[in-house]
Design a protein around this ligand. Structure first.
Ligand code: GDP
Length: 212
């Protein structure tokens, strides 16, 4: 982990304390908003804590909705941040549902792959990983997709409050080692907890930093 500079943390805090607004859902590429602003996307296995983290980062109770059932998950959700708009957050559909039918998995891949490859304004993807479980093969699949699409991404541990400090350190070290073997991966890992608030100021700063 690295420390984000204090001024960036403060700038990000102020930005997220201001306007955050749901813009639209895109179930297919033709519904994407115009590529007017830099985008930072949140990706992760279903149940990784993505909705909770989006809500915690934006300080909104329920701006992002949790994907409890497979089937409601195949869309990209866009949120605008800043007044005037500085950037958009993109909630990507969760992946790795054990029970997802094959054609849904294929649909997911089409949507996500097309988005990843065709979106010049996409500045970074935050790939969320549960602190208790570490990287799974489905996470490695998306990391490979991102490497191949040459989209910069960063691994973010979620639910850090659920593990002991020593386990969290070990999880960070493991992810750091694996990130180093991927061309498009940021070398530093962020550890977060939506419950306790750990790492949220740093994550906000990392979002702002990523738009350059
Ligand atoms: P999503 O499917 O990735 O959007 O996951 P959710 O945000 O819906 O979270 C899945 C479950 O994990 C829910 O029961 C949350 O309450 C829980 N959860 C999410 N983030 C945290 C966290 O930081 N700490 C703890 N203890 N639980 C969390």
């Amino acid at each position: 982990m690295t420390d984000e500079p204090d001024d960036l943390i403060e700038e990000a805090r102020v930005m997220f304390a201001g306007r955050v607004e749901f813009l639209k859902s895109a179930p297919a590429l033709e519904f994407l908003p115009d590529a007017d602003f830099p985008e930072i996307a949140f990706a992760g296995r279903s149940n990784v804590g993505k909705s909770s983290l989006l809500n915690a980062v934006t300080g909104r109770k329920s701006i992002a909705r949790s994907s409890v059932t497979p089937g409601r998950t195949q869309e990209l959700n866009f949120f605008e941040v800043g007044d005037p708009t500085v950037l958009r957050l993109v909630d990507m559909p969760g992946y790795g549902f054990a029970k997802a039918p094959k054609d849904m998995v294929r649909q997911w891949r089409f949507l996500v792959n097309d988005y990843l490859r065709g979106r010049a304004v996409l500045k970074r993807v935050l790939v969320l990983v549960d602190s208790r479980h570490g990287l799974k093969d489905v996470d490695r699949d998306i990391m490979k997709m991102l490497d191949e699409a040459a989209v910069s991404y960063r691994l973010v541990l979620t639910k850090a409050d659920k593990v002991k400090a020593s386990e969290l350190e070990a999880a960070i070290a493991k992810l750091e080692a694996e990130a180093r073997t991927h061309v498009a991966a940021h070398p530093d890992i962020l550890a977060t907890s939506s419950e306790g608030g750990l790492g949220l100021p740093e994550l906000r700063a990392a979002v702002l930093e990523a738009i350059g």
